[in-house]
Ligand binder design. Structure first.
Ligand code: FEO
Ligand code: CA
Ligand code: CA
Ligand code: CA
Length: 639
């Protein structure tokens, strides 16, 4: 029943603590002119061993890609270059560290729903490090995108009931954990006053133009202001004012659709009959859209969380629009306004950006708690001559009128897809993560789209140039003027694929190590573009997949285009989430769904165990987890 789940999703997360993470926007403006100064000025206060220290005594920076690449692999292991070491932390089921409530993980998956709500969730995705004491102690905030119920319960889905639904909901959402470098390794700090789980049952507030809108009102929430939970949290973003943006991606899969979906419901993927994979509606009626038609409208938002305040109510920011949101990456204009780049990972959906009306203020979340409620949302159009335009999603402008079915700005935001259709935005090949390099190029992974050019489907276009695009590509653009520019120039950074592949459509033009299905993307503080892959049999043929091995992470030089394989993950995983300590000497990534294959998900009662990572216990089960990457000599990652 979950058979085509991966085909519909295959997915993953975003953004970065790099040069974008200055907490004082005025300072960032000054620093933009000289990056060498910027790195020193930004990182020096954060503790010993800053990135400035990675220049040699003669002042020459080391090569951007200073490591020896690794070959493809099909091993059930994490492979990294010579001179690097890894460590696993924060696996699914480990207690997050709430004082007095730290249930140990049971390897038979026998933890209760209540225990799961105090433990790290399943299927780790977006990930960011928030320093508490520079590069020695901080918070890791991460998404838990979805559950594999075949693994989540001792007997999988052979039986089904309210407790299992509650446990699945408790394994979704976001974790905040505290970690420290102690005795030569990274360890969780437990208990921690910051430790927190946000789940698919945690009350979240709506803010912005659609808050309280008729389309968000339900029987349980007649005011349309409070919704229970966030789910399918995929990629994420870190704001310059210190908050975490978690993005709700494939929410439609959780809902049983009505018998006869209307045009709006169809446009958002609601179908008659049972949802693919999830059976929440059987014991939690709000996931039956035939009974609660507005409940799906309450998902698909970007949700803001202050990791420093475990009591704050997460806020769904409606001004940023509704989508199957992949990530939310924040850049800053020279005058200190925030620009949020967002991809919608679904076939033939769009790339968005939101420009705040107001400037970022010093003072963290308290000083910026309404910043993301006011501004302008745009959708991208890529023209064939290499130029592009940001089209405003503003009620009353162009075709977005009451006559066209948009009563007000709230309706434009709930129906962002329909509004983008009307504006003639460019239908992309599944936009996943977005990040910005040191020269101001904005990169977006387009993971794959095997429907491109198919019967009754959109044809190739300049920005999405391959029919049956099984390998994916990375597009990039540079705004005309500042990040708030309404026009841009674009090109392709790389068409992914394997140069040794006989099929012309699958070769690509990779300069260096072959890869396919780019998903995670992150520019580190030195300017390395890290690319994480999410290949699956649903996207690529078995032969193509076998040639490229397990999913992997590669490093690219934005200037030369060289791509070098840095890490290969265990069997059946995808690689996602990338973040680092300010000194660049510890990198964290997430291994999501080790052991997963589309065929495994198709039989949730009896999941085949094709991976045992990371515990390798006969009585265990594969677990998503965070991998810590260090150089054995303590040097900066990538040098
Ligand atoms: Fe959840 Fe598009 O990755
Ligand atoms: Ca993906
Ligand atoms: Ca995936
Ligand atoms: Ca993804």
């Amino acid at each position: 029943m979950a058979k085509d789940f991966a085909a519909m999703e295959d997915s993953n997360r975003s953004s970065n603590p790099s040069i974008h993470d200055v907490s004082d926007p005025a300072r960032r403006t000054v620093l933009r002119g000289g990056l060498g100064l910027a790195v020193t000025g930004l990182l020096a206060p954060l503790g010993a061993g800053t990135l400035a220290g990675c220049a040699t005594a003669g002042g020459t920076a080391p090569p951007l890609l200073g490591f020896k690449g690794v070959p493809v692999s099909t091993a059930d292991a994490v492979t990294v270059p010579e001179g690097y070491v890894t460590q696993v932390i924060a696996a699914w089921g480990e207690p997050v560290g709430v004082a007095g409530a730290m249930p140990a993980f049971r390897f038979d998956a026998g933890n209760t729903a209540a225990e799961q709500a105090l433990q790290l969730g399943m299927h780790h995705d977006g990930l960011h490090y928030y320093p508490l004491d520079g590069s020695r102690r901080g918070l890791l905030v991460m998404n838990h995108e979805y559950t594999d119920d075949g693994l989540l319960h001792p007997d999988g889905m052979k039986t089904w009931g309210a407790e299992k639904v509650r446990k699945a909901q408790a394994a979704h959402g976001v974790s905040v954990i505290e970690i420290e470098w102690k005795d030569g390794r990274w360890q969780q700090v437990r208990p921690s006053r910051h430790a927190r789980r946000i789940t698919a049952a945690t009350p979240c507030a709506f803010s912005g133009p659609a808050a309280g809108h008729a389309l968000l009102r339900t029987a349980a929430d007649p005011a349309g202001r409070i919704v229970l939970g966030t789910l399918n949290n995929c990629a994420s973003g870190k704001t310059p004012w210190g908050t975490y943006l978690t993005c709700e991606e494939n929410f439609a899969f959780y809902f049983k659709g009505p018998e006869r979906p209307d045009a709006h419901q169809r446009r958002w993927g609601l179908r008659p009959g049972d949802p693919v994979g999830y059976r929440w509606h059987e014991f939690d009626e709000r996931f039956d859209a035939s009974k609660h038609p507005n409940e799906p409208n309450r998902f698909g938002w970007v949700v803001e969380i202050d990791p420093l305040d475990p009591t704050m109510t997460p806020v769904k920011r409606t001004a940023l629009g509704r989508a199957a949101h992949e990530g939310a990456t924040v850049a800053t204009t020279k005058d200190g306004r925030a620009v949020v780049y967002m991809g919608e990972d679904a076939r033939f959906e769009y790339i968005y950006k939101f420009v705040t009306r107001d400037r970022i203020r010093p003072g963290g979340f308290a000083a910026n708690h309404e910043l993301l409620d006011h501004g302008t949302l745009y959708v991208a159009r890529f023209d064939a001559d290499g130029s592009g335009r940001w089209l405003p999603l503003v009620h009353g402008q162009g075709p977005l009128t009451a006559a066209a079915g948009f009563a007000d700005q709230g309706e434009v935001l709930v129906k962002t897809r329909q509004a983008s259709d009307l504006l003639g935005a460019t239908k992309m090949d599944r936009p996943e993560w977005i990040d910005v390099d040191r020269d101001g190029w904005v990169y977006c992974t387009l993971t794959n789209n095997s429907s491109r050019g198919g019967a009754g489907q959109p044809a190739v276009d300049a920005a999405n140039p391959r029919a049956n695009n099984t390998m994916g590509h990375i597009i990039r653009w540079k705004e005309d003027g500042d990040f708030d520019g309404t026009t841009f120039r674009w090109n392709h950074f790389v068409l992914a694929g394997d140069p040794a592949n006989d099929r012309a459509d699958a070769k690509g033009n990779v300069n260096g190590d072959a890869f396919a299905c780019p998903d995670g993307l992150w520019v580190d503080a030195r300017g390395v573009l890290w690319i994480q892959t999410d290949m699956s049999t649903s996207a690529m043929g078995k032969g193509d997949l076998a040639r490229l091995g397990n999913n992997q992470m590669l490093a690219a030089d934005p200037k030369s285009g060289e791509v070098r394989r840095f890490l290969v993950g265990p069997v059946g995983c995808e690689i996602t989430g990338a973040t680092a300590t300010p000194d660049g000497r510890t990198m964290f990534i997430n291994i999501q769904h080790p052991g997963e294959t589309p065929s495994e998900r198709s039989d949730p009662d009896q999941p085949r165990r094709i991976s045992n990572w990371p515990d390798f216990r006969a009585d265990g089960r594969p677990r998503s987890a965070t991998v810590v990457i260090r150089k054995a000599d303590g040097g900066v990652i990538g040098t």
